[in-house]
Design a protein. Sequence first.
Length: 202
Amino acid sequence: MASFLASGLIRSKQCKRIILVIVDKASDFGDPKDYTKINLFGDGAVALMFEASFDPADEAYISFNIQSLTENNNLKLISHSVEEHYFDQKGHFVFRIVGTTVLELTKQALDQSSLTPQEKAGIKWIFHQASGVVSDLIEENIYKYIPEFKGKIYRDEESGNTSAVSTFLLISKLIDSGEIKAGDIICSVSFGASFELVITQI
């Protein structure tokens, strides 16, 4: 959501440049005695620069879809111990939503865009780096919801799940490596374990 705020401030000419810093320290909320849970979440930080441009081709967002799925009791997928301040999640339910609803919302954003079939084929896909299992699930199911999918789904094999930081961290790494260049079209999909927000940005 912060990236949309930054974009809005530039659009309204309130700012010419904005530095957005994203930090997440999710490891504090995992039980250090439970290795099956604590290794799922890492800490991370990333900074981005937003800058005004007078070229319409530099438009930051082609299409986006922001949804809150809390009406389906998805908040209950996260359990929280008040005494120990640790959280847990019902992984199999989370996987089911990622493999269906998240991909449905991604297709909605794609359908709402003005991209040509050729442009869609060149999209570089960045999904939230929840785990290798979740990435496998997305790659397995994406053709069911987006039959025309021809792009590449990128993974961060080094950093893993850094919560809110993960998608922007991977994009930053791909820019540094030259894999993402100026003019490329990126579809970034972010979601939390309770699905309070699912954000697709193209």
